[in-house]
Design a protein around this ligand. Structure first.
Ligand SMILES: [Zn+2]
Length: 607
């Protein structure tokens, strides 16, 4: 079979499905397969599964799946023919007949041109005029290793040095214009980047797709000049150094987001290789989406007075919808992460990260700081601002916690004042939510990038399958039963039959007997035997059983905790006294802690 002149079988054989998917999904080994967070639907526990041997992938969440061509079709949003061509070119396979894909050819040309240009700029750094840029980098403390790693370069102070060099390599001026590297002028073209330090910007696959240029003299404007948007480069989708940070993100299970190129480089040099930067834009929904697929937590380390932080605050709903936990580093006034790492050392930066506040707390702290020494009216405004910040948190444990936190900040050391503040905050919240409700949707402020927040219940629960799979694993592997059954309770199973099978297993274990299907069968009442056969025959490959069992147990315990929390929250709403509320909150926090401990162990997911 051929598409666009390509031999599909040849592509299939030469391509590595894992290599193809890895830039888009952080894959972890699970048994013989690899799993990760599905790039095609929102999820918090990995159900996207790849089998390297067969070259197939499947998402148990959204049911998307197929082979490598299907993956490319979906991820690049292209047609099947385009996917084939994309893969063929990537693998360097020549089509048997020339395919008509002018667009793809143009992209390839642009990529080649960027590689060539990056090499050219890099070489300029070592020339006499480039000394200036090199000296600047040295002055900023950038090591020669980092200069090499990030392929930094220098654009000479000339109108056409890149144009000339590229022309010699077969790229006419018009192509440089298309790449955003030159601009047209009467009778010709001129270089876009002149007398600038250049940072090549790479896509997730590590290919140069744009440049960021920093001015080297005081009178040069703007200070930072980026490539314009091109078919290769949409700055709202790319994060600087994402290609280099991917692996470290997987390990650290977080991403540090900074604003500047030099911040990124300093952080990587200081051992924080999970750092990326936005490029002159606020974090967009696309950025958040890219990060969400990779990590559960973001640490924002922006300059203390930057527009980026204000924008990040506006993106709160995005973070919440993505299920990302976001913490904010307070960089000392007038400094940026680069200076902290360079001047005070990586340990100092690490300490700032360790002290980073959850976004809401950081926000409240800033609001409160404004009220210090202010007059009565300003204090009133502060109160309202803080309360509406709280109002943006979904009702729940976290909000409860911060209502009390806020009251304590205000009430200082007087228990009476704390209680008074707490009820004032609650009243104000109730008024605001009534107003919002009364005013209808119209009242809802449309923050930039705001997206529907709900959509997803906290944790899809394909529990039935988990329960069956787990009992099946217990039956095939007696050791698993001995290890995990004590962690479970009969209520963790939904149906009567499942419970009776579980109870039978527990009885055998208690009596010191081996757990086998036969032994369990003997323990069971006749009416429960049908379900035992079903369970024993369900498809749980023995080699996968230990991991599957462990993750299933965690999930069931998580479900149990969540169920308990729902009950606690109902009780919280009806709680009369403050001390009752406090006791319930303590229980809720304990449950949450247990859950995050479970999540911290990381092997959650379905069988
Ligand atoms: Zn999916």
């Amino acid at each position: 079979m051929a598409a666009g002149g390509y031999d599909l079988e040849e592509i299939r054989q030469r391509a590595d499905i894992v290599e193809l998917i890895s830039p888009h999904v952080a894959l972890r080994k699970r048994g013989k397969r690899l799993v990760g967070l599905c790039p095609f639907h929102q999820e918090r526990t990995p159900s996207f599964t790849v089998d390297a041997e067969t070259g197939l992938w499947h998402c148990f969440g959204c049911k998307a799946g197929g082979d490598l061509f299907r993956f490319v079709e979906m991820i690049e949003k292209v047609t099947f023919a385009e996917a084939v061509e994309h893969l063929g070119r990537r693998l360097g396979i020549a089509p048997r007949q020339p395919a008509d894909a002018a667009r793809q050819r143009q992209r390839d040309r642009l990529l080649e041109l960027h590689e060539e240009a990056a090499r050219f700029f890099q070489a300029q750094l070592q020339t006499r005029p480039g000394k200036k840029a090199l000296a600047y980098l040295e002055h900023r403390g950038v090591s020669s290793q980092a200069i090499e790693d990030f392929a930094l370069g220098y654009a000479p102070n000339s109108w056409d040095s890149l144009l000339q060099a590229m022309e010699k390599r077969g790229f006419p001026g018009q192509e440089l214009v298309r790449a955003g590297l030159a601009a047209p002028r009467e009778g010709g073209f001129y270089d876009r980047f002149r007398d600038r330090l250049l940072f090549p910007i790479r896509d997730a696959g590590g290919r140069v797709v744009a440049f960021g240029g920093r001015a080297l003299s005081e009178d040069q404007t703007p200070k930072y000049l980026n490539s314009p948007e091109t078919p290769l480069f949409q700055k709202g989708r790319l994060l600087y150094a994402f290609d280099r940070a991917r692996r470290a993100m997987d390990e650290a299970e977080r991403a540090i987001v900074v604003e500047g190129y030099l911040d990124v480089i300093a952080c990587h040099e200081g051992g924080f290789a999970e750092t990326v930067a936005t490029m002159g834009t606020a974090l967009t929904a696309d950025h958040v989406e890219v990060l969400r697929r990779r990590v559960p937590q973001l640490v924002l380390a922006f300059d203390s007075d930057s527009a980026g932080l204000a924008a990040a605050l506006r993106a709160r709903e995005l973070f919440a919808a993505a299920g990302l936990s976001v913490r904010v580093v307070t960089v000392p006034e007038g400094a940026d992460p680069d200076q902290v790492v360079r001047n005070q050392g990586p340990e100092a930066f690490g300490a700032l990260i360790a002290e980073a506040l959850p976004m809401i707390e950081w926000e409240l702290t800033r609001i409160l700081a404004k009220a210090e020494g202010a007059d009565e009216r300003a204090r009133m405004e502060t109160f309202q601002e803080a309360t509406s910040a709280l109002g943006r948190l979904p009702a729940g444990v976290e909000r409860e916690y911060y209502i009390r936190w806020l009251a304590r900040q205000w009430g200082s050391d007087s228990a009476e004042r704390i209680a008074a503040m707490e009820s004032a905050v609650r009243d104000q919240l109730a008024r605001e939510s009534a107003r919002k409700g009364g005013g209808g949707r119209r009242m809802k402020r449309a923050a930039p990038g705001e997206e529907p927040v709900k959509k997803q219940a906290p944790g899809r629960l394909p529990v039935g399958r988990l329960q069956t799979g787990l009992l099946a694993a217990f039956l095939t592997e007696g050791a698993l039963a001995a290890r995990y059954a004590p962690k479970l309770e009969p209520e963790d199973f939904t149906t009567e039959e499942q419970r009776s099978v579980f109870a039978a297993i527990c009885r055998l274990l208690d009596g010191g007997e081996a757990v086998t299907p036969k032994a369990v069968l003997a323990e069971l009442a006749p009416e429960a035997r049908g379900v035992l056969a079903e369970i024993a025959l369900s498809d749980v490959p023995p080699e996968k059983a230990p991991q599957a069992a462990e993750s299933a147990v965690r999930r069931l315990v998580e479900v149990r905790l969540l169920r308990g929390e729902t009950v606690l929250r109902q009780r919280l709403e009806q709680a009369g006294s403050a001390s009752d509320r406090e006791a319930i909150l303590r229980e809720l926090n304990e449950s949450r802690r247990q859950r995050s401990e479970l999540a911290g162990q990381r092997i959650v997911g379905e069988t």
